[in-house]
Design a protein. Structure first.
Length: 133
């Protein structure tokens, strides 16, 4: 039997979609920008915070879940992602966060300004990632 030779670069190069920075269909950063454009269509993105916050449980969950991807694929937006995380933590600490599909019961006078901070920091994160929302 013949000895197995070491693999060539052709054999070991990742296929498209195998690495975090080269996802199937779109590179990671472009996929992230697409996600932000999708979020920008949600009323929770920019509507009156005191009015919409009770119905934004899914939105805040999705934004929080996007933070690791922002840090990985848009390093220039990592500091802004940290601000979003702090705004989300503050929003939750004030009793304003609802689970997806439920209504939050927090006081609009407290939760409105806290949610506005979430909106502003998320919008800043999208801009820092180059999403152009």
């Amino acid at each position: 039997p013949r000895a197995i030779s070491s693999s060539s670069a052709q054999d070991t190069a990742p296929w498209p979609g195998q690495t975090a920075s080269e996802r199937v269909g779109a590179p990671g950063l472009e996929a992230l920008r697409t996600k932000f454009r999708f979020y920008a269509q949600d009323p929770c993105w920019s509507s009156d915070p005191a009015t919409v916050f009770p119905r934004c449980g899914r939105f805040t969950t999705e934004i929080r879940n996007a933070l690791p991807q922002v840090r990985q694929d848009a390093p220039a937006a990592a500091a802004q992602a940290d601000l979003v995380g702090k705004a989300l933590d503050d929003f939750a600490a004030k009793g304003c966060q609802a689970d997806p599909g439920t209504l939050a019961e927090g006081d609009a006078a407290v939760c409105g300004p806290a949610f506005r901070a979430v909106q502003e920091t998320a919008q800043g994160m999208a801009t820092a990632a180059g999403a152009g929302t």
